[in-house]
Design a protein around this ligand. Structure first.
Ligand SMILES: [Zn+2]
Length: 138
C-alpha cells in the first residue's frame, strides 16, 4: 500500500503534533483510495480529552460529526494518525489493539528526536507492515 500526501499537508500535521507537546496529538486524514493507492486530501484533528502523553481519548460525538462531513465531501477515512512525543514511530501493543479497521492506515509521528520521524503502517490482526509514504508537491 502506498500513501500519497503533499509536503504541505505533512508539514501541517507535524506542526500540529509539535504544538501539542508534551501530549499525544491525534487526528484523521480523508481522501481517496484507488486499489492500493491512498491519496490524502484533508486533515481533521481531534482534541485529546485525556491530555496525556501516552494515551488519547476522543469524544464520540466529535468523531461522528467529522465522519459525516467526510461523507458529504464524498471522501473516505483513509488514515488515523497520532504522535509519540517521547517514543519511536513504531506502533505500540495498544495502538495495534485499538486500531479500528485494517483498511485504514496508521500514521505515527515521532517527536523523540529533533527531526520528526513520520511512518505509515498497515495493521492486520496483531501485525503491522510499513507502507510507503510518498510526499508529492502540490
Ligand atoms: Zn502510539
Amino acid at each position: 500500500m502506498k500513501l500519497y500526501i503533499t509536503k504541505k499537508m505533512l508539514d501541517e500535521i507535524v506542526k500540529y503534533t509539535k504544538q501539542k507537546i508534551p501530549y499525544e496529538a491525534c487526528g484523521i486524514l480523508s481522501g481517496d483510495i484507488a486499489e492500493e493507492n491512498y491519496r490524502v486530501k484533508r486533515i481533521w484533528t481531534f482534541e485529546n480529552e485525556l491530555s496525556s502523553a501516552f494515551k488519547f481519548y476522543v469524544n464520540k460525538e466529535k468523531v461522528k460529526s467529522v465522519m459525516s462531513s467526510i461523507d458529504q465531501l464524498n471522501e473516505h477515512l483513509i488514515v488515523v494518525f497520532h504522535s509519540h512525543p517521547t517514543a519511536h514511530a513504531i506502533p505500540s501493543f495498544q495502538d495495534i489493539y485499538y486500531h479500528i479497521d485494517s483498511k485504514i492506515l496508521m500514521m505515527i509521528i515521532s517527536l523523540k528526536e529533533e527531526i520528526p520521524d513520520v511512518k505509515c503502517y498497515h495493521i492486520t490482526g496483531n501485525k503491522y507492515v510499513k507502507c510507503e509514504l510518498i510526499t508529492v508537491e502540490l
